[in-house]
Design a protein around this ligand. Structure first.
Ligand code: LMR
Length: 426
């Protein structure tokens, strides 16, 4: 048997939609360019912001006697994973008290999703012996990387309706219908707060309908928690959907609930890749306290980590752990979240005020109602292109704007440019 390497046939892939945009922005030498592309918080001067809580934690870590860069265990820094679980589930979570939780450190949210995809593929199979993995249902639209993470792992991806472009609101009926129609035992990926890219979150009564429907039709909820604290400024308010599912509804579920948690955004350490996977077993799984099953699952997740990255990076996890376990730093972090979320809310309002002042055609009120880092502005792909080419204002092609890129110095310019591109096509 012979094999030849068809090097000439290796196709060039297009740039990643988000990092490609960042590269175009960096290469642009217009001095008044504006980056509303990638979801990373900027301060009122348009600069990356190192959170005061992070600076304090770094200081404590670097000045401590046991400061080092040794390997972490394969499953990560335990004081981080334990306290990270409390951030999303709450201090008095039933799941934690009842020993139904398995947590492991991941390379931020992407790494967490990857571990979960592999775990589902290996262990969440059809009962008919075909070994068929589950279908993953993603919101339409969703974060572009979701699709390729699951497809890369060989899972089938489908979509549930989410954003109604006419009304610029949630297509709840479409969402519920696809829960009804999905093959029993499917996985539904839910953005726990600050939906990326729309900035549109279900209201509490809508969440209840969605979560009850998932239980009724026998599907597994997989929460992606990448922006906790960015919607309301409050960690507990932004965890409402997750905590309701886990604490109030999970006694109805026969499936685990899985959470992929990222600290890239809410601690402002994008490049440090701090995250975790939390698997919460259903209440009737095992005669408690019997940790045999927890340990078996942890061993499988650890095998994935060991074969992919050996063991997770330590520095960022130590910083987050220090913040979460030092009351004064935790309080500072809560203040930092309010600083970031309230500046973003202010920018939403200022942008809409400017558009109203300019009498820009259309209704822009949805920008204020949306939550978190992003706004699905409603600008179409041609308008976005024109914003970039003519004006040096960079948005994702879908019309998603990272509101964190706005500040008091660029907001008038951005509003004027939006006004121009809207009128150009109007
Ligand atoms: C984004 O959506 O802009 C961020 O989550 C950055 C990324 O990794 O895509």
């Amino acid at each position: 048997m012979s094999r030849s390497f068809k090097l000439q046939n290796i196709p060039q892939l297009p740039p990643d939609p988000l990092f490609g945009l960042k590269a175009r922005f960096t290469a642009d030498n217009r001095s008044d360019k504006v980056d509303l592309g990638i979801g990373a918080y900027r301060d009122n001067n348009g600069k990356p912001w190192i959170l005061p809580s992070v600076k304090l934690a770094e200081n404590l870590i670097q000045n401590s006697n046991d400061y080092n860069h040794e390997y972490l265990p394969i499953s990560g820094y335990e004081s981080f994973t334990k306290s990270a679980a409390k951030v999303i589930l709450g201090d008095n979570s039933r799941a934690i008290n009842e020993n139904r939780l398995i947590s492991i450190q991941s390379l931020s949210g992407t790494g967490a999703l990857h571990i979960v995809a592999k775990f589902l593929k290996d262990f969440y199979l059809l009962n008919d012996g075909t070994g068929e993995p589950p279908i993953i249902y993603l919101s339409k639209p969703t974060w572009a990387n979701h699709i390729q993470i699951f497809e890369y792992m060989g899972l089938k991806v489908e979509f549930y309706p989410y954003w109604n472009n006419e009304t610029k609101s949630l297509d709840l009926n479409g969402f519920l219908k696809s829960i009804e129609l999905a093959p029993s035992g499917s996985v539904f990926l839910l953005h726990s707060t600050a939906h990326n890219p729309t900035g549109l979150d279900p209201k509490q009564d809508e969440w209840l309908k969605i979560l009850n429907h998932l239980q009724k039709y026998n599907h597994l909820p997989l929460f992606d928690s990448a922006y906790q604290g960015f919607s309301s400024g409050s960690l507990s308010k932004d965890a409402w959907a997750v905590r309701t599912a886990v604490d109030d509804l999970q006694n109805l579920y026969t499936f685990p609930i899985i959470i992929c948690q990222s600290f890239a955004k809410n601690v402002g350490m994008y490049g440090e890749r701090v995250g975790a996977v939390h698997i919460i077993l259903p209440r009737d799984t095992l005669p408690l306290p019997d940790l045999k099953l927890n340990n078996a699952i942890l061993s499988q997740l650890s095998k994935i980590i060991r074969s992919e990255l050996s063991n997770p990076p330590a520095y960022g996890a130590k910083i987050v752990s220090k913040i979460l376990n030092t009351p004064q730093l935790f309080k500072q972090w809560e203040d930092d979240l309010i600083t970031m979320s309230s500046r973003i809310m202010k920018m939403r309002k200022l942008l809409v005020d400017e558009l109203i002042l300019l009498k820009t055609p259309g209704d822009w009120s949805h920008i204020i109602e949306q939550q978190g880092m992003f706004s699905f502005t409603g600008l179409n792909v041609n308008q976005v292109k024109r914003l970039e080419l003519q004006h040096g204002v960079y948005l994702v092609g879908s019309g998603r704007a990272s509101i964190a890129g706005l500040n008091e110095s660029n907001i008038k310019k951005v509003a004027k440019c939006i006004d121009e591109v809207v009128r150009f096509e109007y």
